[in-house]
Design a protein around this ligand. Structure first.
Ligand SMILES: Nc1ncnc2c1ncn2[C@@H]1O[C@H](COP(=O)(O)OP(=O)(O)OP(=O)(O)O)[C@@H](O)[C@H]1O
Ligand SMILES: [Mg+2]
Length: 269
């Protein structure tokens, strides 16, 4: 039986063209996508195919040129509240300490930042940044800054997370640890699906997309269109052992083929 979730994100024939100095750049064309509440969906696609553009449109940071976008049933026309956004670059305020950066969403939302210090500290501990709260961003490595940006996105426990290559600057082992940590925060083990956050996650890593997601959406080169939308039929909670499963291997190959248009024979991903 297919359980149809209540839709949280709905994109209907969305297109986007940038007006660049050299002329118009068509970034997205005819994107129709529905993401259910509590669903974890990854977006993969070649560089420049419009993944970051798509996330910004969902967040209301940029209007779609054509088509409609809804979040929780409402048309998106301006930046939407109640989301956690992790940008491709960490974008921390360089004059504020790491802890003060993590607390920023509370201030912007008019909440008592002091009351959230404990939670901010817990998030920093979770991200392996204990003891770095009073440092300035420039005193941290790129990967550490990215983890601080993740803590900032999680501070207010938003129901929707939009994540643009959040683990791109991390070494492979930290990256795997953060993936497991994200699934824990998402509530894979202890929350019913409806109570989980909805996540739209951009990555260039095929194994990461499979490991984390309920669905992997593959985009074509620019202008980005949806080339394939694959369900990840792996049990949860996900374990590292699942990476060695037949299903994982088959999905990796399917995604690789959809991305490259190649058969996969005699090639290495
Ligand atoms: N502000 C802008 N002005 C003009 N063109 C832009 C702008 N932002 C993005 N583009 C163009 O739109 C296309 C999509 O860009 P986008 O950043 O969404 O791609 P992406 O899929 O996120 O790529 P990557 O994987 O490298 O992050 C690219 O061709 C890019 O050059
Ligand atoms: Mg991008």
């Amino acid at each position: 039986m297919i359980v149809v979730n209540k839709e949280l994100i709905g994109l209907d024939r969305v297109g986007m063209t940038y007006e660049a100095a050299s002329g118009p750049v068509e970034a997205l064309a005819g994107i129709s996508l529905s993401v259910g509440a509590g669903e974890f969906v990854s977006l993969v696609g070649p560089s420049g195919c419009g993944k970051s553009t798509l996330l910004r449109i969902v967040a209301g940071l940029r209007p779609a040129a054509v088509g409609t976008v809804t979040v929780a049933g409402r048309a998106v026309r301006e930046p939407i509240p109640d989301i956690g956004m992790v940008f491709q670059a960490p974008i921390l305020l360089k004059w504020r300490s790491i802890l003060q950066n993590v607390l920023l969403p509370a201030e912007l939302a008019g909440q008592d930042a002091g009351a959230l210090q404990g939670r901010a500290q817990q998030l920093l501990d979770m991200a392996g940044l204990s003891g770095f709260g009073d440092k300035l961003p420039r005193e941290l490595s790129g990967g550490m800054q990215q983890r601080a940006a993740l803590c900032r996105a999680l501070l207010l426990d938003p129901p929707l997370l939009l994540m643009d290559e959040p683990f791109g600057a991390l070494d492979a082992m930290t990256r795997d640890d953060m993936a497991l940590e994200l699934l824990r925060i998402w509530g894979e083990r202890d929350l019913a699906r409806e109570a989980r956050k909805t996540v739209l996650f951009v990555t260039h890593s095929i194994p990461e997309a499979i490991f984390l997601s309920d669905r992997v959406v593959i985009m074509s080169p620019r202008p980005g269109r949806i080339a394939a939308d694959l369900k990840v039929d792996l049990p949860r909670p996900r374990t590292v052992e699942l990476r060695a499963s037949e299903t994982f291997g088959r999905l990796s190959l399917e995604i690789f083929r959809a991305l490259t248009g190649r058969s996969g024979a005699g090639t290495s991903a």
